[in-house]
Design a protein around this ligand. Structure first.
Ligand code: FES
Length: 243
């Protein structure tokens, strides 16, 4: 049974070098502190047509204090060009500062438990493989257990976490620090800015969100859980024109 106490670092995550962070500006862009690498990552599908892995693409230069677009309208994506001040997009942050587990459902299986907070769904659909993760975690057998782990680990927004029921700890591998611009040909859309490796995200009000190994920030301007992605980029068919 996962613990749900309040804390600033999610269980199974490790904070990155604190010189690296992402700061949300009020009504404006993301400011990247430090110089983590930034690449395109394209979601690739398996023979069944389901999201299965990522292919790394073009790199974009990042320096300390680089501003990245979060309104979806810059003509110089992924960078901010100031267009947010001229367009009618509400960039107000609406996400909670509470630990993600506080709003998560728990599903128990024979070996693993799954926690799921759907507010952080980035609609990448890795969870749809096999019998879908909510069933796979409940079906006995190593093959099903490993498929559930694979799906959770590829979930870019960290909505899904798999827990070892023996140790009570998340089955989570600390990831190298990186920023990724997601491209999702299966949804005919560009997706969020994915942060891996425990990068701190600081709100415009100075408060930090819970530090997590996998986080997805909205860069289309349409999420109702800003600064996090809620999958809305797929319904509006957001395109960044970078591919
Ligand atoms: S990028 Fe996913 S909702 Fe905006």
């Amino acid at each position: 049974m996962p613990e749900r106490k309040s804390q600033s670092v999610q269980p199974g995550s490790v904070e990155s070098d604190p010189s690296i962070s992402v700061v949300v500006l009020d009504g404006g862009p993301y400011i990247v502190r430090g110089a983590p690498p930034l690449h395109i990552q394209t979601i690739t599908r398996n023979a069944q047509g389901q999201s299965w892995s990522y292919t790394q693409g073009r790199e974009f230069p990042i320096k300390d204090k680089t501003a990245l677009c979060r309104c979806g309208h810059s003509r110089n994506k992924p960078y901010c060009d100031g267009t947010h001040a001229k367009v009618d997009v509400d960039l107000t942050e609406t996400a909670t500062f509470e630990p993600m587990l506080n709003g998560a459902e728990e599903i128990d299986g024979p070996r693993y438990a799954l926690t799921d907070n759907e507010h952080y769904c980035a609609f990448a659909r890795f969870c749809d493989n096999g019998e879908r993760i909510w069933n796979e975690v409940r079906i006995p057998g190593e093959e099903h257990a490993q498929l559930a782990v694979h799906m959770a680990h590829h979930c870019p927004g960290g909505r899904l976490l798999v827990w070892d029921r023996t140790t009570g700890l998340p089955v989570e591998q600390p990831l190298p620090v990186s920023l990724s611009l997601i491209e999702d040909p299966g949804a005919q859309a560009s997706g969020p800015l994915v942060l891996r490796g425990g990068i701190r995200v600081q709100s415009a009000n100075g408060e930090s969100y819970e530090i997590r190994n996998r986080q997805a920030l909205c860069r289309c301007g349409a999420s109702s859980n800003k600064p996090f992605c809620d999958g809305s980029h797929a319904s509006i068919h957001f395109r960044d024109g970078l591919e």
